[in-house]
Each structure stands twice: as structure tokens, then as C-alpha cells.
Design a protein. Structure first.
Ligand code: 6PG
Length: 241
């Protein structure tokens, strides 16, 4: 694993994240004629998605997925799919068949998790026991050091044989990529902003801390690991990076 940590001014986070993401998209297309990109949810990535909407990229070669999803319909204000479509995907000529949202329509999260597991295996032509390698997975972290919908001390953290499972935030179900799927990615990019994330970052970067208490510590991808950290979040780490 190659780890890069950058602490950047608040005014530079979007432009730096955009340049890294575009570089990795172009690398994937050069090497494999396509890019498979899984998006983070929440609020931090929204301005980055809005900036991607202004870019001229070979959209027909880019496939979009989500690393996690709230268990709501896409038109719901909490939907990660809905946020990315409104901020970005509705504004670029990307084929609809290149957009692979997590399904949330079965009324039972485990059914939709299984369905998306199968959808991913079909897309990547991987069988049970194998893990596809996404070119890029974008992630954020919560103040509790969760990532995707892998929350502290939840069963989702223990799932090793599936691609997609059910996460739980305050008993609200979510769908999420599993640890082994994320860790099989060629490039994982964390994008973190805000002083409220300082404590979580300290625990994630600490030489030792409980992984199940601070789940983002479990993200150790086989490929590249990037941390793009806005300076107010990264204050405690300054001097180390
Ligand atoms: C989600 C996310 C989640 C998010 C963090 C940070 O569905 O909410 O995927 O893991 O990345 O909670 O969220 P903010 O960017 O809003 O702080």
C-alpha cells in the first residue's frame, strides 16, 4: 500500500481533490480503457462533485458506483445517489447505463444488499469468494471515525465474504461496501474537512487504537491510500505530514 497524506488550506481542498481524482480517472482509462469510481456520500464531497460537473472527461468510459447509501429512495433529500445526481451526474453526458446506484426499493435492506452484491459480481465478472478491484473509491469519515456506512462496533465490520452488507447508524439501515471490497481497491481517497473531525483523525492515525471503535483504521487498501485533509480537520496532525 502506498499512503499519501496532504493537509491543505480550506480554500484548496476542492481543487486538490479534483486534480487527484481526475489524475486517477485518466490513469485508469489509459491502463484499462475504463474507470470504475465509487462515490462517498455526506456533505463534504458535494462541492467536489459540482466541480466535476464542469470537467470535460470521457464520460462514456467512466462507471459510477456508491460506497454506501442511506436506505431511502433516490429522490429523498438524504439520498447519496440523489445528491451526486443533482450536483454532478445530471449535468454531464454520462450514459445512464454507466451509473450503478445501490438499490433501496425492496423494502428490506438485506434483500437490496444481496441484489447489489450480485449486480457488482455481474459487472466485474467475479464469483463468490473473489473481490473486484475498483479503480477509485472515495470515502469520508464521521466524527466517530466511521467510513462509508461502517459504524463503530457494528456487525458490518466483521463481514468478510460479501461485497455489500447492511450498515446501521442509530438503528437506521444503510447499504455499504464491506471492508474487504474497499481494501481491494486500486486507489482509496479519503476527503476530510472540518474541525469536528480532529478527534476521529487523531484516533485513525494513532499508532494503536481499537479498530472496531474507529472503523476507518480498517481501511488499508492493497493499492494507493490518499488522505486529503482540510487544515482545520488536520490541525493535530500538522508537523507529522
Ligand atoms: C454517508 C457517508 C459517510 C460520510 C461521513 C462524512 O452516507 O453519510 O458515506 O460515510 O462520508 O459521514 O459525512 P460528511 O461529509 O457529511 O461530514
Amino acid at each position: 500500500m502506498k499512503k499519501t497524506v496532504e493537509i491543505v488550506p480550506q480554500t484548496a481542498l476542492v481543487s486538490r481533490a479534483l486534480s487527484v481524482i481526475i489524475e486517477k480517472i485518466q490513469q485508469a482509462i489509459e491502463q484499462r480503457s475504463r474507470c470504475t469510481l465509487a462515490l462517498a456520500g455526506g456533505s463534504t464531497p458535494k462541492p467536489i462533485y459540482e466541480a466535476l460537473a464542469t470537467c470535460n472527461l470521457p464520460w462514456e468510459k467512466i462507471h459510477i458506483f456508491w460506497g454506501d447509501e442511506r436506505y431511502v429512495p433516490p429522490e429523498h433529500p438524504e439520498s447519496n445517489q440523489g445528491m451526486a445526481r443533482r450536483a454532478w451526474l445530471d449535468h454531464v453526458p454520462i450514459p445512464d447505463t454507466n451509473i450503478h446506484p445501490m438499490p433501496t426499493g425492496a423494502g428490506e435492506p438485506t434483500v437490496d444488499a444481496q441484489k447489489h452484491d450480485e449486480e457488482l459480481r455481474e459487472f466485474f465478472h467475479t464469483s463468490i469468494g473473489e473481490f473486484p478491484a475498483f479503480d477509485i473509491i472515495l470515502l469520508g469519515i464521521g466524527e466517530d471515525a466511521h467510513t462509508a456506512s461502517l459504524f463503530p462496533h457494528t456487525d458490518a465490520l466483521k463481514v468478510r465474504e460479501r461485497l455489500v452488507t447492511v450498515g446501521n447508524k442509530d438503528s437506521q439501515p444503510r447499504l455499504t461496501f464491506t471492508i474487504p471490497l474497499i481494501n481491494n481497491a486500486r486507489c482509496v481517497i479519503f476527503i476530510v474537512a472540518g474541525a469536528s473531525k480532529q478527534h476521529a483523525l487523531c484516533k485513525i492515525f494513532a499508532p494503536s487504537a481499537d479498530d472496531f471503535t474507529y472503523p476507518a483504521r480498517l481501511i488499508q487498501p492493497k493499492g494507493e491510500l490518499w488522505w486529503l485533509i482540510e487544515e482545520s480537520a488536520g490541525e493535530p496532525l500538522k508537523g507529522q505530514y
